[in-house]
Design a protein around this ligand. Structure first.
Ligand SMILES: [Zn+2]
Length: 270
């Protein structure tokens, strides 16, 4: 029998199917796997392509609430030389960002230990040892606080920690009424149980909101009780938020870092 018209065996057919689907894979997808996400080797073991591993990681991040916009970025993307408008930083801002970068790198590295109850210890030239478990980045728009929060969240997820990235405005609206019982219970449990909480964009609104105060106090207390870290990013003025001792002591327990905030360029500079 002519072997060229023989029906392909199972293995050959698989190969043909694979090649066919490779041809059909969308253009512009991964060059390594052509959008298939992986391959089976000669020992019949399936291997995920790096693009697929990255996708799975991104899915985990999105599930944890990490905003899509900064996914996959690294500390290199936090530009130490220029601001968002491409203006060179002042020496003062440059030095400050350099110091912050070193601290954030160290924090990300030892996160599992921090979660396990071993804070970073900093011995200053004068005064007592500072124990760092939680961080608070204060900065205006374009200071990069959400990026820093995202980087820390990503690193924690890579280290298999349970992370929740929380947008302040969402928390604010859930905690602002007496109706959202389910959501309020959800937040209490989240603050009590997650290995790491990132609370992003804390902002003071000029309105009386006694319901928020009660509920924010409650979730803050459950975070403090858990002994686990929180990373808060906040706009200047966040310290005007009044929400009981639970909230103020949670905020005070954070190591506070103020980020250099770039000023928008004057459109008609002379
Ligand atoms: Zn691939």
């Amino acid at each position: 029998m002519n072997k060229y018209i023989e029906k392909p065996n199972k293995q050959e057919q698989d190969l043909i199917d694979r090649l066919n689907s490779e041809i059909q894979a969308p253009k512009g997808s991964c060059a390594k796997c052509h959008g298939l996400g992986g391959w089976t080797n000669e020992n019949d073991q399936y291997t995920f392509c790096d693009c697929q591993k990255e996708q799975m990681f991104f899915d985990k991040c999105i599930k944890a609430g990490v905003p899509r916009k900064n996914l996959g970025k690294t500390l290199v993307d936090w530009n130490l030389k220029q601001d968002v408008w491409g203006n060179n930083l002042t020496q003062n801002a440059l030095d400050k960002k350099g110091d912050i970068k070193v601290l954030v790198e160290r924090y990300m590295k030892v996160l599992p230990a921090i979660v396990a109850g071993n804070p970073i210890k900093i011995i200053p030239k004068v005064g007592n040892t500072i124990n760092i478990t939680s961080l608070l980045f204060e900065g205006g728009q374009w200071s990069g606080k959400t990026l820093l929060g995202t980087l820390i969240a990503q690193q924690a997820i890579k280290q298999n920690l349970k992370v929740e990235f929380i947008d302040w405005s969402e928390l604010y609206s859930d905690l602002s009424g007496f109706e959202n019982r389910d959501r309020q219970t959800y937040w209490s449990e989240t603050f009590a149980n997650m290995d790491l909480i990132i609370l992003d964009g804390v902002d003071y609104y000029e309105m009386r909101n006694p319901t928020l105060s009660i509920h924010l106090d409650r979730v803050a207390r459950s975070r403090t009780k858990s002994g686990k870290p929180i990373v808060i990013t906040a706009y200047p003025g966040y310290d005007k938020i009044e929400a009981g001792h639970g909230w103020s002591s949670l905020v005070a327990s954070c190591f506070q870092i103020s980020l250099p905030t770039p000023q928008p360029p004057k459109p008609y500079a002379s």
